[in-house]
Design a protein around this ligand. Structure first.
Ligand SMILES: [Zn+2]
Ligand SMILES: [Zn+2]
Length: 140
């Protein structure tokens, strides 16, 4: 069992190295500061929609945040929009092809041999429901 264990660790490290470029990309997709005004393009890369007009105060919503929007679909992100005039906000689920927030693998679990999709979050990406690889402890 010990040999199998070290093989898994080696394979995982190899995979992490291969994903370095993807990791950097994913962090860039998530980490940006909201635009100061509507005159400049959104710093998220222009992949968001123009913010809607608020029903309450008639100001416009601004794209303020992006985070992983699924626990298994690695190309699914959630965009949060906040009103510039009041506390109104909404979230849109988007699909960014080729810009995953992590790696999804199908693993077979336990004696029932049940296949489940398990996603690993790239280091540096903040997932609201999953922990990133860098923060995962070794007590699996
Ligand atoms: Zn945006
Ligand atoms: Zn408003």
């Amino acid at each position: 069992a010990a040999t199998g264990e070290s093989y898994n660790v080696a394979a995982r490290n190899l995979k992490a190295m291969k994903d370095m470029g993807a990791t950097r990309e994913a962090v860039l997709v998530q980490r940006w500061k909201p635009a100061d005004s509507f005159d400049v393009p959104c710093p998220c890369g222009g992949t968001c929609e123009p913010g809607e007009t608020c029903d309450h105060c008639h100001a416009r919503h601004r794209h303020v945040k992006r985070y992983p929007g699924s626990t298994t679909e690695v190309e699914t992100w959630a965009d949060r929009y906040e009103c510039t005039g009041c506390s109104s906000s909404y979230t849109l689920t988007i699909h960014l092809a080729g810009r995953p927030w992590g790696v999804a693998e199908t693993v077979v679990r336990g004696g029932s041999a049940e296949e489940i999709v398990q996603a690993t979050v790239f280091p540096g990406v903040i997932h609201p429901l999953l922990r990133s690889e860098a923060e995962t402890s070794s007590d699996e």
